[in-house]
Design a protein around this ligand. Structure first.
Ligand SMILES: Nc1ncnc2c1ncn2[C@@H]1O[C@H](COP(=O)(O)OP(=O)(O)OP(=O)(O)O)[C@@H](O)[C@H]1O
Ligand SMILES: [Mg+2]
Length: 275
């Protein structure tokens, strides 16, 4: 008799039999912008609770990968699975069949993203920014959403800013609100795209320390793009080095940062680490 695992097994990438289902799985992913093929035949998996950092030169496709998971970009080939569920397309008789918008929306609620440029809603207060999606997407009560927002503002060190507008906050403060907003959805997956790159150097550590705490105290799966190699080393279980939309090499941070196998990785790291 077919089991749920068997059913998932009919999808091309679903992990075999007893292996735990990856939280994120890319199978033969391709992404083009017009004629520009940015990702080709990309295959990787992220396990539940795993924190993976993507490194690589500008234009190598790191942001595109996160935006595909967030469904902010359209996948042009292959499959992405979230917890074994197809995010954009099923494979049916060898054909790619789009999943329903409803199903996609449901999976999307499990994923949060924090951007380099904060992307807060400028016309809403900090509190309104944080409660918007929990109320309108998850259907939480306003009372519960507000209570959670206050506790998250406490966690990110901004309890007094609930009624401020984003424009009155510093970059570091806006980014802390953006993190609180993402966490308000209790995401299973948190995508972080260069979240400190637009910040003044003196506030970078404040933001990274908040993320370290999230990493230490939750089981949220993280896909991280950062140039902060110390942070990447501390929080990641795995580092993947990209170039030209391909994985050049991957491994535990200690290995990749101290003893990379590929010349391309060595060159990239010596450029970003400045030696
Ligand atoms: N909306 C878009 N339209 C057309 N091309 C795009 C678009 N977004 C990204 N690209 C192209 O896709 C490639 C990968 O871009 P991506 O932003 O993923 O790189 P990245 O690794 O995040 O680089 P960086 O380190 O500079 O942020 C680049 O060649 C880029 O020009
Ligand atoms: Mg990028």
């Amino acid at each position: 008799m077919p089991t749920p695992t068997d059913a998932a097994g009919s999808e091309p990438g679903a992990a075999a039999s007893s292996a735990p289902t990856p939280v994120i799985e890319f199978v033969d992913v391709e992404k083009s912008f017009g004629n520009n093929v940015v990702l080709k035949d990309l295959n990787f998996q992220v396990a539940r609770g795993e924190r993976v950092t993507l490194i690589g030169p500008s234009g190598s496709g790191k942001t595109t990968i996160l935006r595909l998971v967030m469904t902010l970009e359209e996948l042009t080939g292959g499959y992405i699975y979230i917890d074994g569920q197809p995010l954009t397309h099923h494979k049916r008789d060898g054909k790619r069949v789009p999943v329903s918008k409803k199903e996609q929306k449901r999976l999307r609620t499990r994923i949060g993203m924090v951007f380099q440029q904060f992307n807060l809603f400028p016309n809403m207060t900090v509190l309104e920014n944080i409660i918007e999606a929990p109320i309108h997407v998850l259907g939480r009560s306003k009372k519960d959403a507000i209570a959670k927002a206050h506790s998250l503002l406490e966690q990110v060190g901004l309890p007094e800013k609930a009624d401020s507008h984003p424009s009155s906050l510093s970059g570091g403060q806006q980014q802390r609100v953006a993190i609180a907003r993402a966490l308000a959805m209790d995401p299973e997956i948190l995508l972080l795209d260069e979240v400190t790159s637009a910040l003044d150097p003196e506030v970078v550590d404040d933001v990274l320390n908040i993320l370290r705490e999230v990493a230490d105290t939750t089981n949220v799966t993280m896909l991280i793009v950062t140039h902060e190699m110390g942070f990447a080393r501390d929080v990641s279980h795995k580092v993947m080095m990209f170039d030209g939309g391909h994985v050049v090499e991957e491994g535990p941070p200690d290995k990749i940062f101290t003893n990379p196998e590929q010349e391309r990785t060595r060159k990239f790291l010596s450029a970003v680490l400045g030696h």
